[in-house]
Design a protein around this ligand. Structure first.
Ligand code: FES
Ligand code: FES
Length: 212
């Protein structure tokens, strides 16, 4: 086995100093340790996104939300969830864990589900954001939302908007999901009240309605 020890000179065989190597690794290691693997991967994806240019202090940005362009001033560290709820009064996305574990804050970004509490608002410039408010037309609920009501798929309701958005992403990608695929599609969403069977039923019914 090759000897990978750093030589006495303090430089790796490729000429990178031990200090430089550790400095370079520090951010990645700390991110992984603090956020866990799934969240760290989301953070890494975001780092390469539109917001990777370094910003500081309050910054005015434009976000495309539910088909409308909204101007908002945020700190570079402000999450999409905080921006939606606190700055734009779009409170359908719920803050439950605020750490990427429950799915209550799920929104769509370019049609795919994403956790708003783990996403920086500045990274979403130029992307299409859809929140639960964007599924209905005024007071008219979407068929998926109607099925959640018809099947009584909620108790306290804290998890519901997140489930609806994950289900919407699933049905856009796979209009005829099997029961197993429905379970997998919303596997990142937690319901502490235990309404899972009714949630699955509502999604199945909505899929059938879309078929007609
Ligand atoms: S509030 Fe975002 S995952 Fe729980
Ligand atoms: S309905 Fe209460 S957490 Fe799901």
């Amino acid at each position: 086995m090759a000897d990978e020890r750093v030589p006495e000179s303090g430089r790796t065989p490729k000429g990178v100093s031990r200090r430089g190597f550790l400095k370079g690794m520090g951010g990645t290691v700390l991110t992984t340790a603090a956020l866990g693997p799934a969240a760290a991967s989301a953070a890494a994806q975001q780092a390469g996104g539109a917001g990777s240019k370094s910003l500081s202090g309050p910054t005015e940005i434009q976000l495309k939300i539910n088909g409308k362009t909204r101007k908002v001033t945020v700190e570079p560290r402000t999450t999409l969830l905080a921006t939606l709820r606190d700055k734009l009064q779009l409170t359908g996305s719920k803050e439950v864990c605020d750490r990427g574990t429950c799915g209550a804050c799920t929104v769509l970004v370019d049609g795919r589900s994403q956790l708003a509490c783990m996403t920086l608002a500045v990274d979403l410039r130029g992307r299409e954001i859809t929140t639960v408010e964007g599924l209905s037309k005024g007071d008219e609920l979407s068929p998926l939302q109607e099925e959640f009501v018809a099947k009584d798929a909620l108790m306290c309701g804290f998890c519901t908007c997140g489930f609806v958005m994950s289900a919407e992403a699933l049905l856009r990608e796979n209009p005829k999901p099997s029961p197993e695929e429905i379970r997998k599609g919303v596997a990142g969403n937690l319901c502490r009240c235990g309404t899972y069977p009714r949630v699955f039923e509502a999604i199945e019914s909505a899929a059938k309605r879309r078929e007609r």
